[in-house]
Write a protein that binds this ligand. Structure first.
Ligand code: 1HE
Length: 268
């Protein structure tokens, strides 16, 4: 299937996304390759709609870019006419759309290749797992364009790579390679060129098999606990752990292990 077939999107009501369900994994492709998947208002509206109405039975989403690049970021052609109020409203619209991804009911895995630039990097940061291939590179050219990040990048990216690296990228235009990116925390996985999508789909299949309550806890509770003061965090952790282990699904899975009916944990 390569970088995801666009066949399903021909019958679905998407004009700028390529959406296809493969088992429990929903593959969502930014489908504006002629514009390097630059993010205009129309594609943002489709992303919001897609993540607001995931089909039943979907247990993970793989977000990728059709073509050679994940995304060239904000569609700069839409920027020139906007005044300050329009800019504020627009940035907050981006925040709402990317929150739909971060607070999705299922894990979202971004499959990266080529340019992951500006708003494209902000989009990737909203996913829970990032898989890069060898062609991937990361940049924040906002500084040289006279603008600032507006899609949650200043909140999400420093949590992955640190404020100093992000400031350097914005001030000097520094570009990080795929290899540097996995070492610095942009991505958790690195594959050979062209391999990110397949790897992300494999990971999607794997995480879709988790107990739904575990995935809920990791997506909704873990980030809150990590940001909370330690005492609040510890209490939230105890509450979440109690809820999760009381679930029948947890009891079934632990029983299966004790009865030697499930795989052991081994090095990969
Ligand atoms: C675009 C955009 C875009 C390409 N907005 N149209 N992002 C940037 O500053 C990155 C700008 N883009 C690039 O540096 C390059 O296009 C790429 C390295 C990504 C790809 O290069 P290449 O040689 O493969 O393609 P190209 O010929 O540069 O672009 C192909 C077409 O896509 C071309 O349009 P055409 O009609 O002339 O064919 C480009 O104009 C168009 N295109 N990128 C609009 N970004 C919420 S705040 C977020 C702030 C930001 O994201 S700032 C970062 C913006």
């Amino acid at each position: 299937m390569g970088n995801a077939s666009t066949s399903a999107s021909a019958t679905a009501p998407w004009s700028l996304l390529a959406v296809e369900q493969v088992g429990a994994v929903l593959s969502v492709g930014l489908n504006r390759p002629a514009k390097r998947n630059a993010l205009n208002d129309d594609i943002m509206a489709e992303i919001q709609r897609c993540f607001s109405h995931l089909p039943d039975g979907v247990g993970a989403v793989v977000l990728h870019g059709v073509g050679e690049h994940f995304s060239a970021g904000l569609d700069l052609s839409e920027l020139t006419e906007r005044d300050a109020t329009g800019g504020l409203v627009h940035s907050q619209m981006w925040h709402r759309v990317f929150d739909k991804i971060q607070y999705c009911r299922v894990p979202v895995i971004a499959a990266l290749r080529g340019a992951v630039i500006g708003g494209g990097l902000e989009l990737a940061c909203a996913a829970h797992i990032r898989v890069a291939d060898a062609s991937t590179y990361y940049a924040l050219p906002e500084g040289s364009r006279g603008i600032f990040v507006g899609g949650g990048g200043s909140v999400r990216l420093p949590r992955l790579i640190g404020v100093a690296r992000m400031a350097d990228m914005m001030l000097t235009g520094r570009v990080y390679s795929a290899t540097e990116g996995v070492a610095c925390g942009f991505s958790q996985y690195l594959t050979e060129a062209g391999g990110a999508y397949a790897r992300a789909m494999e990971l999607g299949k794997r995480v879709a098999e988790n107990a739904p309550l575990t995935n809920f806890a990791v997506l909704q509770a873990l980030p809150m606990i990590a940001e909370a003061n330690p005492q609040t965090g510890l209490l939230m952790e105890s509450l979440m752990a109690t809820v999760a282990q009381s679930d029948q699904e947890a009891k079934n899975r632990i029983r299966a292990f004790l009865d030697r009916k499930t795989a052991k944990v081994r090095p990969t």
